[in-house]
Design a protein around this ligand. Structure first.
Ligand SMILES: [Zn+2]
Length: 151
């Protein structure tokens, strides 16, 4: 999924769960659950990396960081839980950066187990319908994080 969907899910979980002993495993697991939903994203294989996918990926990362700023501003009492949820929900995709620049890191256990599992559960669709579940997650999460009190 796009980074923005993982970010909103992680921020929501951090805000809702509040305690790091719950936030870390649940946010980390949320990444694999969301990636298992058939979805469209700008680039799947880094061999397909070009200027169009570059703009798509960096636009997504920029939007995710902008939303993180808005979410933290609105929920300043929950700064660390939200940041923790965000970090662990997005963490598995850091492997994409490693696969591009330091691929040997992904072959070191236990990182290799998580990376293989990440690839195994990932369900991509080239259909633009694959945007719908991501939009649902983003809007649902933002609705609660920016509009409603969720204690
Ligand atoms: Zn992923």
């Amino acid at each position: 999924m796009v980074a923005t969907a993982h970010l909103v899910a992680g921020a929501f979980l951090g805000r809702k769960l509040k305690k790091s002993k719950y936030i870390v495993p649940v946010s980390f697991a949320s990444h694999f659950v969301l990636d298992s939903i058939p979805h469209w994203q700008p680039v799947v294989n880094l061999q397909d990396w070009n200027s169009t996918t570059f703009v798509g990926v960096f636009g997504d990362v920029f939007l995710a960081l902008f939303l993180l700023f808005l979410i933290l501003k609105k929920n300043s009492k929950f700064f660390y839980p939200i940041l923790l949820g965000f970090f662990f929900a997005v963490l598995p995709d850091f492997g994409l950066g490693f696969s591009l620049y330091l691929p040997f890191i992904l072959e070191i256990p236990p990182i290799s187990y998580f990376w293989d599992f990440h690839i195994y559960v990932h369900r991509h669709t080239s259909s633009l319908l694959g945007i719908i579940p991501q939009l649902f997650i983003i809007f649902f999460g933002l609705f609660f994080l920016l509009k409603k009190k969720i204690d």
